[in-house]
Design a protein. Structure first.
Length: 378
């Protein structure tokens, strides 16, 4: 990268950062923060120029990893400095240390979304740049016949916390090991039970929740990783062998799995769906017949919803009252789906997402996960 062109870019960034006092914006996949570069050269000036070039190239490499699928990246040119520089809006030096023949700096690179998309288009690579909604990851260690949760799983939690999930467009957070967390149904969480994980989702305000189990035993290789629950792409229950008990590597693999699933959804590919749950009572056929009969001739749109119950019959009666009070839906059919769930067919007018807003005013949380609509009370 030529120093003259780089200096203009760096100056523009410095002015923008100095005047910024607004709250932090949502994650932007075209902005790369905290690029740490250290260079030794014949002089400090040459070292700085090389550091700026490398920051641009490494920033572009990270952006391309974020917004493209791995299989597509082979069609793209190597992210060298001469490729990256025309795509930059600004390159900021956040901090620096200058020696006699060394230079160390921390950089922020802001790339132009239209320019990056044009680059991808020229090589026939689709841009996948929509960030997923945040999810909660519950870490569990299984070793020597024991399951370690919460504080006992701290090494695994630390490895996950150090992983930049947002770089795969899949932001994630970890539980705080609160009293409610400690009292949660562990068996339900380990089976991906929607009601159990729904409690976590509501408590932390995330789109979904899943359990990440790393399993290792010094006397029983291979080691394994299992994800079960819901991520931004929907239901997941996947286990795979991992090369070693390196928790940092296992955490990176979790990030890769979640990112790959999210990008597959955005690209229109199919991901795993939750196995169907047969309703209790008269059986699926009879339940379906009742729904179709009740819905016949009814105007408006129909939506199949699974109600997650945390408080039994009393909560179910309360949800029924709230649905009626909302005046936004009519219950066409209701059928039990086990002790903690009810399957409903609702008639409503308009888009389900607008319906979700209407029900939220009555303390009801309607959300989509795993290709189905779920409902629970706040």
């Amino acid at each position: 990268m030529r120093q003259s062109g780089c200096a203009a870019v760096v100056l523009a960034a410095g002015l923008a950062l100095a005047s910024s006092s607004a709250p932090a914006a949502a994650f932007d996949p075209y902005i790369v923060k905290d690029l740490d570069i250290s260079i030794a050269a014949d002089s400090a000036v040459e070292a700085k120029d090389e550091a700026l070039s490398r920051a641009a190239a490494e920033g572009l490499e990270l952006v391309l990893r974020r917004i493209t699928r791995q299989a597509d990246r082979a069609r793209l040119p190597a992210p060298a400095a001469n490729i990256a520089e025309p795509l930059l809006d600004r390159l900021a030096i956040v901090s620096e240390r200058v020696g006699t023949i060394t230079y160390s700096g921390r950089f922020r690179a802001d790339f132009s979304r239209p320019a990056i998309r044009a680059l991808l288009s020229r090589h026939g690579v689709p841009a996948i740049d929509q960030a997923a909604p945040e999810i909660l990851i519950i870490p569990v260690i299984e070793t020597s016949g024991q399951s370690l949760w919460w504080a006992d799983a701290a090494p695994w939690a630390d490895a996950l916390a150090a992983t930049r999930f947002e770089d795969g467009l899949t932001p994630a957070r970890l539980p705080t090991n609160s009293r409610s967390d400690l009292a949660a149904d562990r068996d339900g969480a380990m089976t991906g039970d929607p009601a159990t994980l729904g409690d976590f989702r509501l408590r932390y305000g995330t789109h979904a929740a899943l359990v990440a189990v790393v399993r290792f035993d010094p006397d029983d290789a291979p080691f394994a990783l299992r994800l079960v629950g819901e991520d931004a792409a929907g239901f997941i229950d996947k286990e795979e062998a991992i090369g070693s008990a390196d928790l940092a590597a296992a955490a990176r693999r979790v990030a890769d799995m979640l990112s790959g699933r999210w990008k597959a959804v955005l690209a229109g590919d199919r991901v795993s769906a939750r196995p169907p749950i047969a309703p209790s009572g008269a059986g699926p056929a009879a339940a379906t017949a009742r729904t179709e009969t009740a819905a016949a001739g009814s105007p408006g749109s129909h939506l199949d919803v699974r109600v997650l119950l945390h408080g039994g019959d009393r909560e179910w009666r309360d949800i029924q009252r709230r649905l009626a009070a909302s005046r936004a839906v009519t219950v066409v059919a209701a059928r039990p789906a086990g002790p903690r769930a009810v399957e409903l067919t609702l008639r409503h007018d308009g888009d389900p997402r607008r319906l979700a807003d209407a029900l939220a005013a009555h303390g009801l949380d309607l959300f989509e996960a795993g290709g189905r609509w779920l409902l629970q009370s706040y």
